[in-house]
Design a protein around this ligand. Structure first.
Ligand code: NAD
Ligand code: TDX
Length: 352
């Protein structure tokens, strides 16, 4: 297969590309603008392959999208490019509307034009796979799970823009017959995670001897999915999924934020004890809550299990230990980001 991956220089996109190059015979083209979150260093393990191509371009640029589709002739578009950080969407929602809504519209419209001109057999096999989030479903109380039929109730500028993009994708499927697939997944974590997100931010700030900011009272719950498990799910969906269907993808690993932070501290105490012999947990600081902070997300991933035989393989305990070890062994990767792009300061306080 020929797979065009938008956002392939991001956290999840690069995990997908590394997997496809390492474990399959698929040809891969990464289409990525290289925003602050796009890193060629995350693609280094794949970049030497003759089945890998990179194009630096914006998904809002219809001409570049059309030309790339025409030249690369993909069987699958895996659409991951997006603005992805909730805190940044509070500070600057405009980019989220532009990339997540307008960009997805451009991708759909250009993919439709390309798909209509394919020969019948390739037309039947083509898939437009949109990668979305569980945040479109809103916030859960103590009980229950998000399923594929949970009504949409997005509550941040980020999740509203992703919800809108999901609706556009389904509309292009229903109205024009484009063979679309949608996946909604829970919080990913693992290697190459940009340090604005909770887990890498805590690891790096702990190592730098800085306060570890826990929003609110730390009781918010996320369902953590190891990124390589997610990449395997995405491959299963675009290879075997039924066009028009949605699949929820989750890690079956709910954790309160404070427990995530404490787990990281405990692992660091073992692997890289502080020079002064103190526990890393002493650096934990409760800070002002995120405005509109969703309380709990949890995914019921039974449909993808039953239909496509996918289940998460990495427990939270195993995944968090692997992740901490990766950050200890790959300081050069994250130090470059701290020096040139983002130094783990607080975002999204929204006083304005
Ligand atoms: P990321 O922020 O790490 O990467 C986004 C990538 O998209 C970057 O490489 C960036 O350069 C690229 N990009 C941004 N705007 C672009 C544009 N206009 N044109 C072309 N490229 C552009 O994001 P991620 O965490 O890897 O998330 C990937 C996708 O998965 C997103 O659609 C996100 O909404 C979704 N998702 C993420 C998570 C998570 O936990 N990270 C969970 C659920 C869903
Ligand atoms: O410094 C912090 N302290 C803190 O307590 C940060 C950065 C976050 N948090 C909290 C907020 C959330 O409850 O930790 C939790 C996780 O926060 P993020 O890592 O920012 O992720 P989240 O907002 O849950 O969204 C992520 O998962 C769903 C991704 O960023 C989204 O792209 C994805 O759709």
């Amino acid at each position: 297969m020929r797979i065009l991956v938008t956002g392939g220089a991001g956290f999840i996109g690069s995990a997908l590309v590394r997997r496809l190059i390492e474990h399959t015979d698929h040809e891969v083209l990464v289409f990525d603008k290289l925003t602050y979150a796009g890193l060629l260093s995350s693609l280094e393990p794949a970049a030497g392959s003759n089945r890998y191509t990179f194009v630096q371009a914006d998904i809002c640029d219809a001409e570049m999208v059309a030309r790339t589709l025409q030249e690369f002739q993909p069987d699958v578009v895996a659409h991951l490019a997006a603005e992805s950080h909730v805190d940044r969407s509070i500070d600057g929602p405009g980019e989220f509307v532009q990339t997540n809504l307008v960009g997805t519209f451009v991708m759909l419209n250009q993919a439709l034009g390309y798909w209509r001109n394919l020969p019948e057999a390739r037309k039947a096999a083509f898939r437009f796979h949109h990668i979305s989030t569980d945040e479109v479903f809103g916030s859960l109380g103590e009980e229950g799970f998000f399923t594929e039929t949970t009504p949409y109730d997005p509550r941040s500028p980020y999740s509203a823009s992703k919800a809108g993009s999901d609706h556009l994708v389904r509309a292009w499927g229903h109205t024009y017959g484009l063979p679309v697939l949608v996946t909604n997944c829970s919080n990913n974590y693992g290697p190459y995670h940009f340090p604005e997100k909770l887990i890498p931010l805590i690891i790096i700030r702990a190592l730098n001897g800085e306060p570890l900011p826990v929003y609110g009272d730390g009781s918010n719950v996320r369902d953590w999915l190891f990124v390589d498990d997610h990449a395997r799910a995405l491959q299963a969906v675009f290879e075997k999924g039924q066009p028009g269907q949605t699949y929820n993808v989750g890690g079956n690993a709910e954790q309160k934020n404070i427990d995530v932070v404490t787990a990281i501290c405990t692992i660091l105490d073992q692997l890289r004890p502080r020079d002064d012999g103190q526990a890393y947990a002493n650096q934990i600081t409760y800070v002002a809550d995120r405005p509109g902070h969703d309380q709990r997300y949890a995914i019921d991933a039974s449909k993808i299990g039953a239909d496509l035989d996918w289940t998460p393989s990495v427990t939270f305990e195993e995944g968090i230990a692997r992740t901490v070890r990766w950050y200890l062994e790959n300081q050069a990767w994250w130090q470059d980001i701290l020096d040139a792009r983002y130094a783990t300061q607080r975002l999204g306080v929204a006083n304005g």
